[in-house]
Design a protein around this ligand. Structure first.
Ligand code: C2E
Ligand code: CA
Ligand code: CA
Length: 417
């Protein structure tokens, strides 16, 4: 930014005390306008990211100085602001957030409420282009908010701090088969019996620190590594499943798949080849696709989805409720399972709207003949509620955390008695 005088630059810098701000916007011009406004508002350390995935990596980074203010555009191409906010909530980001958008005010308001329901510290929303006076007004709210007013986190000791892996490290880890599987139990709500496992990718750095899949999966997707990662993981998981299935530990497995992988024309053949190679019945496999990705290119992927279904492979819509799958899409696409996002399942205890979404999602899934899975069942209150609502399958810390193969097997045997 050059030092050209600005008509509003005469305003004395009113907002001090911020550590480091991050402006997230894919549009170069808007990003510069926002950065400039922040500078004029008195902030000195400002970083920019032109994509949400980059911003998440930066925020999750344990070594870099923490970000305590995020200015975020809601309309971004690869990962939009809504998804970005959800991921910030998953990272338990405690800094302040200002939402910026050209969208209509209702969208802004609902987004703000949703973000607050996820315990994000939203200072408010600004319409584009960002105006200095309004920005200053929002930044001044900070002193009134407990979270924003807390001292900056100490790098490396903050609970949200996570290692920032480099792309090279990820490439090497994928090539060396170091991405391993954790298994989380899925239980039948009526009988309480173990009815399947979900595979969750895990990556532990040589230092012993774990990198969250919310960080490395988007990196792998952006770099085109995700197919290899998923194929390798499936290969190893299927070998494990064959053993477990023969010993009647558990027979059904769910694997998370990026929409980009699923859309590849050779994907169904690759999956089926792996099931044959490992002696797995395709009917014991479910592929989970997040609702947010589903919306991106659903028609292009209909071929793959249908071919997988024709071979008996189950298809789940993951994180249901966080985006906007239309009723027509739900009816038209061959999904077999609806996994209701954990923010509505556990959130139902404290939030009336989360409860309403949970209830109507269960009813919708059941009416469409899908298996309804509640994820994020964290306590007995959650469990009782989903039993009453008629969810068929449950998953969450109340039942079991994601576990490595051996502890999972011990857990499964103990549960069976
Ligand atoms: P997901 O598919 O929705 O997986 C469930 C996430 O919720 C997991 O986070 C799990 O550890 C966490 N979880 C399970 N029960 C509870 C609970 O009761 N409370 C709370 N608060 N959390 C719970 P994780 O392992 O960090 O994975 C995050 C996301 O990363 C996954 O969300 C999935 O979208 C993605 N992911 C993980 N593995 C893979 C993979 O192999 N491929 C792809 N494409 N995505 C993956
Ligand atoms: Ca999943
Ligand atoms: Ca999920």
């Amino acid at each position: 930014m050059n030092g050209a005088p600005d008509s509003i630059g005469t305003t004395p810098p009113p907002c001090t005390g911020w550590q480091r701000a991050l402006v997230v916007d894919d549009d170069d011009f808007s990003r510069r306008v926002a950065s400039r406004s922040l500078r004029l508002a008195g902030l000195t350390r400002i970083e920019e990211a032109d994509a949400a995935a980059l911003a998440l990596n930066r925020i999750a980074g344990g070594d870099a100085e923490p970000i305590d203010l995020v200015l975020c555009d809601l309309q971004m191409p690869s990962m939009d602001g809504i998804e970005f906010l959800r991921r910030l909530a998953d990272l338990r980001f405690e800094g302040a957030i200002v939402l910026v958008s050209g969208a209509d005010p209702t969208v802004l308001q609902v987004t703000e409420e949703l973000a607050r329901a996820r315990r994000l510290n939203v200072l408010g929303v600004l319409e584009k282009p960002v105006r200095l006076a309004q920005l200053v007004q929002l930044l001044e709210r900070r002193s009134a908010t407990a979270v924003g007013a807390r001292p900056a986190a100490v790098p490396g000791t903050d609970p949200v701090a996570q290692p920032t892996p480099t792309l090279d490290a990820l490439r090497q880890a994928v090539a060396a088969g170091e991405i391993h599987a954790a298994y989380q139990a899925k239980v039948d709500v009526v009988s309480g019996r173990l009815c399947g496992v979900e595979v969750l990718a895990r990556w532990t750095l040589p230092s012993g620190a774990a990198v969250a899949p919310d960080v490395f999966v988007p990196m792998a997707e952006a770099d085109g590594l995700i197919d290899r990662l998923t194929d390798d993981l499936m290969g190893r998981v299927f070998a494990q499943m064959r053993d477990w299935s023969q010993r009647r530990i558990v027979e059904h497995v769910a694997v998370n798949v990026a929409m980009a992988s699923l859309c590849r024309l050779d994907f169904p053949d690759r999956v089926l080849a792996l099931t044959t190679q490992h002696g797995i019945d395709p009917a014991t496999l479910t592929l989970e696709v997040t609702e947010s990705q589903l919306m991106d290119d659903v028609v292009a992927c209909a071929d793959s989805l249908l071919r997988l279904r024709l071979r008996g492979i189950g298809l789940a819509i993951d994180d249901f409720g966080t985006r906007y799958a239309s009723l027509a899409q739900l009816r038209a696409l061959p999904f077999t399972e609806l996994k209701i996002d954990r923010s509505f399942v556990h959130g139902a205890a404290t939030d009336v709207r989360a409860r309403a979404i949970l209830e109507s999602s269960v009813a919708l899934g059941r009416a469409l003949g899908m298996t309804v899975v509640a994820e994020g069942v964290e306590d007995d209150v959650d469990w009782q509620r989903i039993v009453k609502l008629g969810c068929q399958v449950a998953q969450g810390y109340f039942i079991a955390r994601p576990l490595a193969a051996e502890p999972f097997e011990r857990w499964a045997k103990a549960r069976r008695g």
